[in-house]
Ligand binder design. Structure first.
Ligand SMILES: [Zn+2]
Ligand SMILES: [Zn+2]
Ligand SMILES: [Zn+2]
Ligand SMILES: [Zn+2]
Length: 169
């Protein structure tokens, strides 16, 4: 399992029930009702779920894969440090990068091109390789991508996580 934290309080003080179901004590206390959630897709367990083994919510499996902490680890690759899987910004197909060439990939399903690192549709950061070889540490975990201004000036290509994609699923 990729993660076993409560999506409500981000604590790992949870109890696994059957299947993908788990219950969080502190959230249950706070909400004054039992807070159950799906371990796979990190959403509240639907109260009308007909089964206890799967939450049956749309995109459960897709979200589970995107939530995975697995990262590409290949120092030679332009996508080193990126999450292993991305969902296409166009059609939400699950995609991965073969690690070769530039970070841009084209979705085989909808032909949308995007940068595997920063997820922008047009990122032609030709300085990338120079930048990379001058810096041993490609980690950029604490990058805060909250402000979304529409400036046309070139922003650096920074690896983002799948949080933006997951919001829309
Ligand atoms: Zn909780
Ligand atoms: Zn689920
Ligand atoms: Zn696509
Ligand atoms: Zn980029």
């Amino acid at each position: 399992m990729s993660t076993s934290k409560c999506p409500g309080c981000q604590r790992s003080d949870i109890r696994k029930l059957d299947g993908q179901r788990a219950v969080c004590k502190s959230c249950s206390k706070a909400k004054r009702c039992v807070f159950q959630f799906c371990l796979a897709c990190q959403r509240e367990w639907p109260h009308n779920a007909s089964t206890t083994s799967s939450c049956m919510l749309p995109n459960c499996a897709l979200r589970a894969v995107l939530l995975s902490v697995t990262k590409i680890s290949d120092p030679q690759s332009s996508v080193n440090g990126c999450p292993y899987f991305r969902a296409c910004p166009g059609c939400q197909s699950l995609l991965t990068h073969n690690g070769e060439g530039c970070p841009n990939i084209i979705c085989p399903d909808c032909d949308k091109e995007f940068c595997f690192r920063c997820l922008r549709p047009e990122c032609f950061d030709n300085e990338y390789y120079n930048e990379y070889y001058g810096d041993d540490n490609g980690e950029d975990d604490d990058y805060d991508d909250d402000d979304d201004d529409d400036d046309t000036e070139t922003e650096p290509c920074v690896i983002v996580d799948n949080a933006e994609i997951l919001k829309d699923l």
